[in-house]
Design a protein around this ligand. Structure first.
Ligand code: GAL
Length: 937
């Protein structure tokens, strides 16, 4: 028999002692729907016909400026910040955090009182909501005024990350945050033309993410804001707008220094929208869809629609829902498969009600992870009517699937056990910085998918909503995470400063925004928080956060990632799922903790929320190679402090980490574990352990440019066991090593392999139990070729040959895609490889490569994946790193045609790739299925 979602939720509810049905409705208590005639809202009556809801992308037409008007910075502070006396840069993440800073309130005027009310919708207790002060703050804000002349400011298009332009801070303690200055105030201004016919409508600014401490000003008034840079938020602009003319929007951001352990980016780095609705409308993230019963024959689909009445008179409204099948691109396909019609609901002026209903879908097309399942989706379209007139239409994509958390096996999706083969990723997109780009994120997921990954942990913050759309569409299982710190800090000015005031709003906001995504299976309320060290006090906070998660979503469990808390400490008792960072495998002399947690919590699923933290630099092999596995990086043993590179033999890890293969063994020896999220899929900007003088991490399975390190194939050999593959390392171009021992290691999905050097067998080896690589540690280097032939069950399975390269002679280029959308957002990632005269890859080439672009496209960034490179990401020319360079080319909006990308280098034969940029912009791969009507203002 299949497991049902309902069953899982009921089990969860019974474990937690919460009432299943009550919790979803709790945020918006339902009001009985009655069929009473009510007067029409005067503001709506007689208006010209509008699209019932307009969702307008506001990404064009911005002016940008770094800094405040002379002498004004202190006037715009959200709150007083403590003085930073001790830099936390380079401190290991699992060190004991210090007590949270106590902020002295010296009577400095701050804007907090005007910003806190923006989060009211996410504070459950009405008594704790914030009243806006009667008067505007007594600050002079010239940059917010309509009359201010911003023509000298820079014109920018969103998403925009101003910090990625650098320059890199090559000295000083800035490695943790990526050696790029992300801090300091910045302003964005934009005109809003609001038609006279918008009078009486609601106009909201919807920001998918702004880094950080946003304050939003309209026509000189402070309308509200949101401090946490990773959450999406809505500001009601209506009270400040003057319809029938041009209005002035200004957004000030103020990212603090020393506020993150990685590169946070800076600016309006995600999409910004203007949403216009009638006074009676679906509230923010107001539709919730659940699937309480799922069988092959039918699925019960339950929905709740939160209706807000922002008008001045009570209203009566009905909700019709239609369920549609979505195609692979997220477009509605065909006719509705089910329809429902509610009775009339009364919504008092200024109030909100829940209208709820349910329907049945026959033979549901289930959502599930490939390769064994398909990520099929539906959309629920809710139409709100007043007196038969459509006042709102709202589309919500969702999926029908069951997820069961089985403590003896792990995750069971639609009845099938799915081992978590996951990766952690931070939000930056390498050379593009934090500015979100759908194609760049999709490429990252494609690279992970080809390795066999099926799961993502959003470390350690809510992602861009479009990343979750991609995960839905591609079928990744997601752990969505909200915080990296609670009350206790990790860096001097991180989230702990606002945790007391904002944790409820930020957690509820993330879950309300994200809870319809079928990809999400688990909420995480925090990562390695300092409260692991504070016994019962810390557990009390954990309990509060988990309770909030259950209130917002009764269908998914909640967890928190623990690198320190042990099975006998209070914190693990507060979470539904045990998520261990590193301590599952064991941290150096500390034995693996899976069995201890299993004994203490036999009813809870246990997983590795962070595994490995293995370190390497792509293509950098260091000698001698120790016979060990999983050693900490030390000078001359895994690491070279002079070059700041870590050996690519994939034997080394962070002090608290383990090599990939050691982490595999710990999972296989504890087969009840649900699987792992590797730290990390991609290298990311910041946290360059062990060399904090560098700019980006060493922990990625692929480098910052997206080029796989050798480790990629170790994961592939395990995660895609059916794919015939074999990978051999190192490269074979070692003219200075003639006659010297040069170990050869092999990763294969087979069970055995034979190695040949210039045709001479070095012996055949079989994988030992709990061993995942084959190693020939005493091979003597000679020029020529190494060949490896892998076997499975005694039959040949795969083979690979690596040859000694001659001098670099030519460039070869390949684009990841050659047909692009002419939408000004689509990207081609062009990999340039340096080869010798015969076309053999030159694995140590560091020649400089220059890109030029002709036609309707532009080069937006370059990279080589070298963690130590301080060359600008925007430079059209850069040195190759171990034979590879990347150029990222963007199409021009509205200009189709042929784009030629040329690569050249001194003394090298150049090359070119041709791209086709196509109009109109309906290409596979661009996702745009956010609710509502989308147009460009
Ligand atoms: C973990 C932490 C991550 C990252 C990682 C570094 O302890 O949760 O955010 O710091 O270590 O390898």
């Amino acid at each position: 028999m299949r497991d049902t979602h309902h069953g899982a939720a009921r089990r969860l509810a019974s474990t937690l002692g919460i009432a299943l049905a009550a919790s979803l409705a709790a945020a918006f208590p339902p009001v009985a729907a009655t069929a009473r005639a009510v007067p029409q809202d005067a503001a709506v009556a007689g208006q010209p016909a509008h699209a019932p809801r307009q969702r307008i992308l506001l990404d064009d037409g911005w002016r940008f400026h770094r800094g405040d008007p002379e002498g004004h910075s202190a006037a715009y502070l959200y709150d007083v910040r403590p003085e930073v006396t001790v830099s936390a840069d380079g401190k290991v993440a699992d060190a004991m955090p210090e007590e949270a800073a106590r902020v002295a309130r010296a009577g400095t005027p701050v804007l907090k009182a005007w910003i806190l009310p923006s989060g009211n919708a996410f504070i459950r207790d009405p008594a704790r909501r914030h009243a806006r002060p009667a008067l505007d703050p007594a600050v002079d804000a010239p940059f917010a005024r309509a009359a201010f002349d911003d023509s000298g400011w820079r014109a920018v298009t969103l998403p925009h990350d101003w910090a990625i332009e650098g320059p890199f801070l090559t000295t000083g303690p800035y490695g943790g945050m990526g050696r790029l200055q992300t801090w300091g105030p910045a302003w964005y201004r934009r005109k809003l033309d609001i038609a006279a016919s918008d009078r009486g409508r609601k106009v909201f600014l919807d920001v998918d993410g702004a880094m950080a401490y946003a304050s939003v000003w309209v026509n000189g008034h402070l309308a509200g804001g949101w401090p946490y840079g990773y959450n999406s938020f809505r500001i009601d602009l209506t009270p400040w707008l003057q319809p029938g003319g041009t209005n002035q929007l200004a957004i000030r951001l103020d990212n603090p220094p020393e506020s993150a352990r990685w590169y946070p980016g800076a600016g309006l780095y995600r999409n910004v929208w203007l949403t216009k609705t009638a006074p009676v409308h679906v509230g923010l993230w107001g539709v919730t869809v659940t699937t309480p019963e799922v069988t092959p024959a039918s699925a019960r689909v339950a929905w709740q629609v939160a209706l807000d009445n922002d008008g001045s008179v009570s209203a009566s409204a009905t909700v019709t829902t239609e369920l549609y099948v979505l195609d692979e691109q997220g477009r509605i396909d065909g006719k509705p498969v089910a329809t429902t019609q509610s009775g009339p609901a009364t919504v008092a002026a200024g109030a909100s009600v829940i209208v709820a209903g349910a329907t049945t879908v026959a033979r549901p097309r289930l959502w599930g992870p490939p390769p064994t399942q398909k990520p099929q989706r539906y959309a629920l379209v809710a139409t709100v009517r007043q007196d038969g007139r459509v006042v709102d239409r709202y589309e919500t994509p969702f999926g029908i699937r069951t997820v069961r958390f089985d403590p003896d096996r792990g995750i069971v999706v639609n009845g099938e056990h799915i081992p978590l083969r996951g990766v952690n990723n931070h939000h930056d997109l390498g050379a593009l910085g934090a500015a979100f780009n759908v194609r760049a994120a999709e490429r990252q997921l494609e690279i992970m998918r080809a390795m066999g990954a099926n799961a993502l942990r959003m470390s350690h913050n809510p992602p861009d909503p479009q990343l979750l759309d991609l995960a839905d569409r591609m079928g990744f299982l997601v752990m969505d995470e909200v915080f990296d710190s609670w009350q206790r800090k990790k860096t001097p000015l991180d989230f702990h400063l606002i945790f007391p005031d904002w944790h409820e709003q930020d957690l509820r906001a993330m879950i309300r925004r994200d809870r319809n995504h079928p990809s999400i299976i688990l909420w995480s309320v925090g990562n390695e928080v300092g409260e692991q060290y504070t016994g019962e006090d810390g557990a009390a906070i954990g309990r509060e956060l988990v309770a909030i998660a259950h209130e917002e979503d009764a269908t998914r469990p909640a967890t928190g990632a623990m690198n320190y808390a042990k099975a006998d400490m209070p914190l693990p008792g507060t979470v539904d799922v045990i998520s261990l960072n590193y301590q599952g495998t064991g941290i150096r002399t500390l034995p693996g903790q899976f069995p201890m947690f299993r004994a203490a919590y036999p009813g809870k699923v246990i997983l590795h929320s962070e595994s490995a933290s293995a370190l390497s630099s792509r293509g950098e092999y260091q000698f001698p190679v120790p016979g060990v596995l999983s050693a900490a990086v030390r000078p001359g043993a895994g690491g070279d402090p002079a070059t700041r590179q870590v050996s690519a033999y994939e034997l080394f890890a962070a002090d608290f980490g383990a090599s990939a293969d050691r982490a595999f063994a710990s999972l296989d020896q504890n087969p009840y574990t649900a699987g792992e999220f590797v730290w990390t899929g991609f290298d990311y900007l910041g946290e360059p352990t062990p060399y904090y003088e560098a700019r980006s991490s060493y922990s990625g399975i692929v480098d910052l440019a997206g080029f796989p390190k050798d480790r990629y194939y170790l994961y592939q050999s395990r995660w895609r066991a059916d794919l015939p593959m074999v990978h051999v390392l190192p490269h074979w171009t070692w003219p200075e090593r003639a006659g010297q021992v040069t170990p050869v290691h092999v990763f294969t999905s087979g069970d055995e392999a034979e190695l040949f050097v210039n045709g001479k067998s070095q012996g055949r080896q079989k994988k030992a139990p709990y061993a995942y690589r084959l190693r020939w540690d005493f091979v003597t280097w000679e020029p020529g070729e190494i060949r490896v032939v892998a076997y499975k069950d005694g039959k040949e399975w795969a083979r690979e040959t690596v040859r000694t390269a001659g001098a670099p002679a030519a460039l070869q280029a390949r684009a990841d895609r050659t047909t692009l959308a002419a939408d000004g957002r689509d990207l081609a990632f062009v990999t340039v490889r340096i080869v010798d005269d015969a076309g053999v890859p030159a694995p140590r080439a560091h020649d400089r490569v220059r890109f030029t672009v002709e036609g309707p496209g532009e080069l937006v960034a370059t990279d080589n994946g070298d963690a130590t490179s301080f060359e600008s990401f925007q430079a059209p020319e850069r040195a190759a790193f171990n034979g590879l360079v990347l150029g990222i080319v963007r199409t021009r909006a509205g200009a189709g045609g042929t784009i030629t990308v040329r690569a050249s280098g001194a003394g090298l034969r150049g090359t070119a790739v041709t791209l086709h940029s196509q109009l109109p912009s309906t290409k596979a791969g661009t996702l745009e299925f956010r609710p509502g009507i989308i147009s460009q203002m």
